[in-house]
Design a protein around this ligand. Structure first.
Ligand SMILES: Cc1ncc(COP(=O)(O)O)c(C=O)c1O
Length: 490
């Protein structure tokens, strides 16, 4: 069993009691994928709740279907955009899911809920007495701290010290404890070390929800992100043969799991794993610091199904930073409006791109060019969070490079965007995939206590990855029974 669904009845009782006292109802996976199934009494109450409010009703807003408004929003279609060809420079169409309208402003809140809900409903985490530990490079621990606050339980957020100021400031208000580990984005080993230290110090008093190894993270994206993309493809009436690519960077390796779901319906679809060129772990077994916050951590996450990955796209973080300036600085916006001629709608959408979202877009561009995709072909990608998470990065760039001018805008548009090519994109042969998979050995077997046998099963056992979605129904049943025992819903 890859997801722990063993029951601890005594602890489960504590959680039932806590949720009853606090009036908490847990959404099922089915409801997150199809929020039209959320009970009417909850929808009615949500009319008075802000998208980011620390209110347990917002657990029901862990879905791609939130109406994009600050307060009182209900559920509509999936939040997504088509990125215009004037930005991608590709013949193919590029679509992206929009993460900005999740509570906390990033989709990572979904992966944390996917870890918490089964643990609560089985009693594998005692929300009344234990602290939930959320090791992360940023958004995952924001999501975890947020969900913990909704439940009224204590949390510990762990993230590298060099992450953006916005993240730390917000976390200080929401998390019980915030621990900054040495280094930047790619220093995940230091985060794992801190987890072991906490485990040794606090033992039974904490539960570590390690996104890099928890299959609940995989499952949430397989089921929820995957379904959202399928909904968009249906809505847009894209023919099966034209659904050609899914481009996702890997941080914890969760988001890329949506590709596994898509491949079931479109077996010809290619999946690309993105990383920063400055930390080319997948591409070259490489390492290094970089500035695409949230991705690429000098290791291959345990939950990344490497055998199903067709391509690696390494993205230059300098391109991401320059495009981020182009999308947000006045001279960049003026250029895109007046010279490139973007529509007002496309201009408004520029704020939906965080730095990793720009990286994902560039991966989609590389894929479309590499596979010579035509006008009707589609590549899908993800905007995990939005520009709101990185405003201080803009002033840092200005301090470093000076004001962003119209000349800069022309250079970035012509270079980083229109001239984005196939360099640092690698289509994976069978043995190149195996090389990437084998890298897991050093992190997971040597350092983190996984077995050699399981590592081999990930590669050789054709049922290994298929087992994970088989738990979906069981998890929903457990959540429904839990809610029934809590007894809040009529
Ligand atoms: C901004 C951002 N982009 C991308 C990712 C990568 O997503 P995943 O961890 O699902 O691979 C993360 C993960 O935290 C993130 O915060």
């Amino acid at each position: 069993m890859l997801i722990n669904l063993n029951m601890n009845k005594e602890v489960r009782e504590h959680n039932v009691k806590l949720c009853r006292e606090k009036g908490i109802v847990l959404p099922t996976f089915k409801q997150m994928a199809h929020p039209e199934q959320v009970p009417e009494e909850i929808k009615a109450k949500l009319k008075k709740v802000g998208l980011w409010d620390v209110n347990p009703l917002n657990l029901f807003r862990i879905t791609w279907h939130n109406e994009p408004q600050e307060k009182g929003g209900q559920f509509g279609g999936v939040n997504y955009i088509e990125i215009p060809r004037a930005i991608t420079g590709t013949k193919a169409r590029v679509f992206a899911l929009v993460g900005k309208y999740f509570p906390t402003g990033a989709h990572k809140v979904g992966a944390t809920y996917a870890c918490l809900a089964p643990a609560l409903a089985t009693g594998n985490f005692d929300a009344s007495s234990q602290q939930a530990v959320w090791p992360s490079t940023g958004n995952y621990c924001r999501g975890g701290a947020y969900n913990s606050a909704l439940l009224g339980c204590q949390s510990i957020a762990i993230l590298p010290a060099e992450m953006s100021k916005e993240r730390f400031e917000w976390l200080k208000k929401v998390a019980g404890e915030v621990i900054a580990t040495p280094g930047c984005e790619s220093n995940v080993k230091e985060i794992f070390d801190k987890c072991h230290e906490l485990d040794a110090e606090r033992g039974k008093h904490i539960v570590i929800f390690n996104q890099f190894e928890k299959f609940e993270n995989y499952l949430w994206h397989y089921a929820i992100t995957g379904q959202a993309i399928l909904d968009v493809l249906d809505k847009e009436g894209i023919k099966d043969e034209n659904v050609c690519g899914y481009a996702s960077s890997t941080g914890s390796g969760g988001t890329i799991a949506a590709g596994d779901r898509l491949k079931e319906r479109y077996p010809h679809l290619k999946i690309s794993a993105g990383e920063a060129l400055q930390c080319p772990t997948l591409l070259r077994n490489g390492f290094g610091g970089h500035r695409i916050e949230g991705i690429g951590d000098k290791h291959v996450p345990w939950v990344h199904n490497v055998k199903n990955t067709d391509m690696i796209c390494a993205i230059d973080d300098e391109d991401c930073m320059r495009i981020f300036r182009l999308f947000n600085e006045p001279a960049g916006l003026k250029y895109l409006k007046e010279v490139v001629g973007l529509s007002q709608k496309d201009m408004d959408n520029l704020k939906l791109f965080g730095i990793s979202g720009i990286g994902n877009m560039l991966s989609a561009v590389k894929m479309a060019k590499y596979y010579e995709m035509e006008e009707d072909d589609v590549v899908f990608t993800i905007l995990t969070d939005s520009s709101a998470m990185y405003t201080t990065r803009l002033s840092e760039q200005t301090a470093l490079h000076g004001e962003f001018t119209s000349d800069d805008a022309a250079r970035v548009y012509g270079g980083s965007m229109m001239h984005q090519g196939m360099e640092d994109a690698l289509e994976l042969s069978y043995y190149e995939r195996l090389r990437v998979h084998n890298l897991k050995y050093y992190t997971w077997v040597e350092q983190q206590g996984k077995t050699y046998d399981e590592l081999n099963r990930q590669w050789y056992d054709r049922n290994y990855w298929k087992e994970i979605p088989q738990d979906l129904e069981k998890i929903d049943e457990l959540i429904e029974e839990f809610n029934k025992d809590v007894g809040i819903l009529k």
